[in-house]
Design a protein around this ligand. Structure first.
Ligand code: CTP
Length: 403
């Protein structure tokens, strides 16, 4: 994920403690710096056994602070805690957790913690038995009561070689957490958005269905882009393998076109922005066989009937102040068909998917689209990642609703 410009100029202080998971903090520093953040690192003396300060100072482009004083120079812990927008302790060892819970101050990291005026986020890492010990659980509850944010431990392989609870969240998950909780833009704050994504499956019998190749990637990228601009997002998706890395972004999973219709129809009334990216099946079997259809006959005829057109239905319900965007997938007369859909479905814009390029469309991570809107604007977005395309589509929508 590319978080720019959300992290440009953001000041993040990372505290590293003595835990095997400290190797992952190297990647956390790298991801944050790449995303434009100013990063400083403070370590406990024990952390030095697990990760080299040289690596961290090189990646963070700042001197790593380990001692309360070096020579005749005092490390100003109060200023560090005031400098940062967020203080992230990752990994948080069992020992440092206990000290934080009880207000001990025998190293620079603890001094920074006690004097920090910015939000504090911790990502614990330890063996399962240590994690589950009542003392540890009491300590973690104490941190939560102090108002600190806790990135929950994951289940998986542990430093001891055992498998269980206590693994630190992955670097990307930690960065996503910071972005979601502290650095989302406010451009669409207070706005409600609905995005539909993925294919729909229309049952033929209990084991078969009519579907299509949509992966859901474009719709998921749009939901994320709207969410990162501050919108309250509901993603209504058909069956896909995609997942959303943000806990505040609501996802409603549906299977058929009828289910997607009803989910979108219910959420529509108080939505400000609606982006219909799903590849909804246009037809469904008239009847769904109760039992698996046996191959007794040489041919099989399926009778199909049209599904409800969700975009058209919402277009007919649209009120002033609601912005409705649809997609179009065309193999011939693309532009004329896209314009025709714009008026037939009463949409505010239609985003035409290009099928000219193998790198655009179903399943792949890149896309190329052209946006047509009611004022006659035509905006072509060249081949780039679906995440980038999603950001540009959201910028376009923002420019239209703020007109
Ligand atoms: N759409 C919808 N409900 C349907 C079919 C399509 O909401 N039952 C929406 C899609 O999500 C997309 C837009 O309509 O935003 C256009 O979809 P597309 O498949 O290109 O066109 P159709 O309207 O299905 O028309 P045709 O297949 O004849 O081109």
């Amino acid at each position: 994920m590319n978080y720019e410009p959300m992290l440009i100029g953001k000041k993040i202080l990372i505290g590293i403690t003595g835990s095997i998971a400290a190797y992952k903090s190297i990647l956390v520093v790298r991801l944050l710096v790449k995303a434009g953040a100013d990063v400083k690192v403070v370590m406990t003396p024990a952390a030095r056994d697990f990760v080299s300060p040289l690596v961290l100072s090189t990646l963070s482009r700042n001197k790593v602070i380990i001692e309360m004083a070096e020579g005749d120079e005092w490390s100003n812990h109060v200023m560090l805690g005031r400098w940062a927008d967020v203080f992230l302790v990752a990994p948080l060892s069992c020992n440092t957790l206990a000290k934080m819970a009880h207000g001990l101050c025998d190293n620079i990291l603890l001094a920074v913690y006690l004097s920090a005026t910015c939000p504090v986020v911790v990502a614990p890492a330890m063996d399962e038995d240590m994690w589950q010990h009542p003392a540890t659980q009491k300590n973690i509850s104490a941190l939560a009561e102090f108002g600190n944010h806790i990135i929950s431990v994951r289940k998986g392989e542990l430093g001891s070689g055992l498998f269980g609870e206590g693994r630190m969240a992955e670097p990307e998950e930690i960065v996503n957490y910071l972005v979601e909780h502290f650095f989302r833009a406010a451009t669409l704050k207070g706005k409600k958005a609905i995005v539909t994504a993925g294919p729909t499956y229309e049952a033929i019998d209990p084991v078969r269905f009519i579907g299509n190749h949509s992966s859901g990637k474009m719709g998921f990228a749009l939901a994320e882009a709207l969410y990162l601009q501050g919108a309250d997002v509901l993603l209504i998706t058909g069956p896909t393998h995609e997942s959303i890395p943000y806990e505040g972004l609501r996802v409603q999973r549906v299977v058929s076109a009828a289910e997607m219709f009803s989910a979108a129809d219910t959420a529509f009334a108080d939505a400000d922005i609606i982006v219909m990216c799903a590849a909804v099946a246009d037809f469904r079997p008239v009847e769904v066989a109760k039992e698996k259809i046996k191959k007794k006959t040489a041919t099989l005829e399926l009778s199909l009937t049209k599904t409800g057109d969700i975009l058209k239905h919402l277009g007919s319900r649209k009120k002033k102040g609601q912005y409705l965007a649809g997609f179009a997938l065309e193999t011939e007369n693309a532009e004329a068909n896209a314009r025709e859909k714009l008026s037939a479905k009463n949409a505010d814009c239609i985003i035409l998917n290009s099928l000219q390029d193998k790198a655009a469309g179903f399943g792949v991570d890149t896309n190329q689209v052209t946006i047509f809107d009611r004022s006659g604007t035509v905006l072509s977005l060249g081949l780039q990642s679906k995440k980038e395309i999603a950001k540009e589509i959201v910028s376009f929508i923002v420019s239209r609703i703020h007109e």
